[in-house]
Ligand binder design. Structure first.
Ligand SMILES: Cc1cc2nc3c(=O)[nH]c(=O)nc-3n(C[C@H](O)[C@H](O)[C@H](O)COP(=O)(O)OP(=O)(O)OC[C@H]3O[C@@H](n4cnc5c(N)ncnc54)[C@H](O)[C@@H]3O)c2cc1C
Length: 413
């Protein structure tokens, strides 16, 4: 029988934490703590940036999604004490006790110690980051007069994206499309410059060749410059310096976006549990933390062995783990046997600018505007709660998903 008095505390309101909370709701007392008031469907942060979708579509408030059986606290968890079974909160003096703990705070941007990167580049993990980038682009455009010669216009409108993983590719193609549109609307001379700087020898290292062909074609057509085997060595307020073949080049930049990787969340760094060499929490096949049966971990901070390797650090994995984890919390509290599962990749989808995408499902890749529509349909089905999915699906169907142009600041809509 379910222990009604047991208190489950979930740290983090992202894919792992929120989907666990939704499935475990009603099993004893459940509290979810997150430092943001909203969930974020990060695979569509690019569409939010380009104005194809609105904030409420992809970043609904936790209180709207969760029913009254789950208590939501907006705060930052500062530490976890596994001995006293409590968590500390930044803005609440009292520590919160738990019987069952779920650790799901996700990762944080990895600036890899590059001088100036943290101070001057824009990360791309949150709604606020997308807002900052958009404003920076509008501001840069607003400072360019239509009669400026093409080479000066390009110098003033050079944007660099660091990292050519899915994030760097999706973002750079959106930026290129928005800038091209802005050039036409504002009758500017020449063309903008969008660069992607990648340390490795190719783009999208984790993705299959089928989808890469579509991506490379889009990057070429949108004139996004990809520099592989190139390392960023310095970022300043108005420039970026990179090194290729031992030679350093400094370019003037209107903005640098850091999509160069994820590192361990400091909360997890300070947690004394068994971890991999990369600092990920080692979990049993049941998602329990080793030596602490009442503590579970999932998502970007956990290492789950029985999952296809390409799933590491993805929303797909966190989502599938959350379903298993919620079932295991119920089993744990009622004294039943905990289970495990093997997690498979559910397919890949990347947006390529504001008009097309590429999708890989069942080993078959396709691209273009149809793939863009399919991506929207696919992601509608992955949003949290049927009620939210219904509202968003209706909004996309009836109101459309056209991008919002980079209009001058005074006339932004
Ligand atoms: C721009 C972008 C695009 C992406 N696109 C895709 C994609 O297309 N497909 C895919 O599969 N994956 C994608 N990912 C990866 C995916 O978002 C992550 O793998 C997934 O979100 C991991 O889920 P999580 O629950 O571990 O962490 P998150 O979803 O990051 O959630 C963690 C939550 O915890 C909060 N938090 C952090 N620290 C604390 C603290 N100390 N106290 C309280 N709250 C805290 C955070 O603010 C956040 O709300 C993308 C990521 C980004 C950034």
């Amino acid at each position: 029988m379910t222990n009604k008095k047991a208190h489950t505390v979930i740290v983090g309101g992202g894919f792992g934490g929120l989907f666990t909370a939704l499935d475990v709701a009603g099993t004893g007392d459940v509290t979810i703590i997150s430092d943001e008031d909203h969930f974020l469907f990060s695979p569509m942060l690019y569409e939010y940036f380009s104005g194809e979708v609105e904030k409420w579509h992809i970043a609904p408030n936790h209180e709207e999604l969760l029913d009254e059986s789950v208590n939501f606290i907006q705060d930052q968890v500062t530490d976890i004490d596994l001995d006293s079974r409590t968590v500390g909160l930044k803005n609440h003096p009292e520590r919160l006790s738990y019987d069952v703990l779920v650790v799901a705070p996700g990762g944080v941007t990895n600036y890899a110690g590059v001088p100036g990167a943290e101070e001057f580049s824009i990360p791309f993990r949150k709604i606020a980051h997308a807002d900052t980038l958009r404003l920076r682009m509008v501001d840069a455009l607003d400072h360019v007069a239509p009669d400026l010669p093409p080479q000066d216009t390009q110098r003033a409108l050079t944007f660099a994206v660091v990292g050519a993983g899915a994030s760097g590719v999706e973002l750079s193609t959106k930026m290129a499309d928005l800038l091209r549109d802005a050039f036409k609307r504002r009758a500017l001379h020449g063309e903008p410059r969008v660069l992607v700087i990648e340390m490795g020898d190719r783009i999208l290292p984790g993705m299959g060749g089928e989808i890469r062909e579509y991506v490379e074609e889009a990057l070429r057509e949108l004139h996004v410059e990809v520099h592989t085997l190139t390392r960023v060595v310095r970022v300043t307020e108005k420039s970026l310096t990179f090194e290729h073949n031992g030679e350093q080049t400094e370019i003037e930049t209107a903005a640098v976006v850091w999509a160069g990787g994820v590192r361990m969340n400091p909360l997890v760094e300070n947690l004394k549990v068994e971890k991999t060499n990369r600092g990920l929490i080692l979990v049993k096949p049941t998602l329990q933390v080793l030596s602490h049966d009442n503590v579970f971990a999932l998502g970007d901070i956990a290492f789950f062995k029985d999952a296809t390797p390409t799933l590491a650090g993805t929303a797909q994995l966190a989502l599938q783990e959350a379903r298993l984890l919620a079932r295991n919390i119920k089993a744990f509290l009622s004294g039943d046997e905990l289970r495990t599962e093997h997690f498979e990749e559910l397919g890949e989808a990347v947006s390529l600018g504001t008009e097309r995408a590429a999708i890989l499902v069942g080993g078959k890749a396709f691209g273009g505007t149809l793939a863009r529509q399919a991506r929207f349909a696919l992601y509608t089905s992955r949003l949290p709660t049927w009620h939210h999915r219904l509202r968003v699906g209706a909004s996309w169907f009836f109101d459309g998903t056209a991008p919002r142009p980079l209009l001058p600041l005074g006339i932004q809509r």
